[in-house]
Design a protein. Structure first.
Length: 288
């Protein structure tokens, strides 16, 4: 039996591999956790917000944050926390719908241009260039102002100005894919163009658009809340985050929580979309 000298010590266990594997596991799953959290807030906001976002209480108007009202109350005595949580359903939910609709429309239009003849390609791309020539937010404001305020109007306006960028990306990807051997083989056996796109090209195209869709959701949240702030989006008493800040602008010095806390929700949702987009971009290697 051997004994250690008093000056000798056993080597400390190496905890670096364990810490590294734990960090990798957290980095792999926490973007999915963010998606799950936002889905719960969009579909089941009552899980987190127990109070009604529409209940009026003029006697408790502009009450600061407390145990009863975590985010305080607004000028009508409604609970700001409940209105922020329910506002996620409108701000984030409609932004997701805007980007998905734009991605679908843009992908179909880009496929028509990439798989069609030269005349159709030029016609579609020149139409796309007309939309891209205008600043997207200015064009969306013009469309929303012409149609009248409302969330449906904003959804249509932002979708109308968002699809051209997806059409151009989809066309570029289609032009690359059509030169690959497996696509040329499918064309050689007279595969119809619609099946050529749906079965062979769409899976590759979708993998390139995942990161862009996630990033664009953050931009869509900013655009939607901005239009609501201008009075073109959600109308009272709908608890949308942009309209909450618009209602609070006259009480900024009197009730700091009224506008600040909805802004925190907007910041958190946009940052979440950026984080998820960056994660997907690293996994797929797709450009923004």
């Amino acid at each position: 039996m051997t004994t250690l000298a008093p000056s000798e010590e056993l080597p400390a266990p190496n905890r670096l591999p364990v810490a590294t594997s734990t960090a990798r596991m957290i980095g792999r799953f926490w973007p999915a956790a963010l998606v799950a959290i936002w889905l719960v807030l969009i579909i089941f906001p009552q899980v987190l917000a127990r109070k009604s976002p529409y209940a009026l209480n003029p006697l408790a108007a502009l009450v600061p944050p407390s145990g009863q009202h975590w985010f305080g109350t607004d000028a009508a005595g409604r609970d700001v926390f409940a209105r922020c949580v329910y506002g996620i359903r409108y701000s984030v939910g409609i932004s997701v719908a805007i980007v998905l609709c734009a991605a679908v429309i843009g992908s179909v239009v880009g496929a028509l241009a990439g798989l069609g003849n030269r005349i159709l390609d030029n016609l579609v791309m020149r139409t796309t260039d007309v939309f891209l020539a205008f600043p997207y937010l200015i064009l969306a404001i013009a469309i929303a102002a012409a149609e009248g305020p409302g969330l449906t109007t904003v959804l249509i306006a932002l979708t109308a100005v968002w699809w051209p960028s997806y059409a151009r990306v989809a066309r570029g990807q289609i032009l690359v894919l059509r030169e690959l051997p497996f696509i040329e083989g499918a064309r050689a056996v007279n595969t119809p163009r619609r099946w050529l796109f749906l079965r062979h090209m769409l899976p590759h195209l979708a993998s390139q658009l995942y990161a862009r869709i996630a990033m664009d959701i953050g931009y869509a949240i900013l655009a939607l809340t901005g239009l609501s702030f201008l009075g073109l989006g959600a109308q009272p008493p709908t608890p949308e985050l942009g309209s909450l800040i618009a209602d609070a602008r006259n009480y900024t010095l009197q009730a700091w929580w009224y506008a600040t806390l909805p802004g925190v929700f907007i910041l958190a949702s946009v940052l979440s979309a950026i984080v998820i987009g960056n994660r997907l971009e690293r996994r797929t290697g797709s450009p923004r």
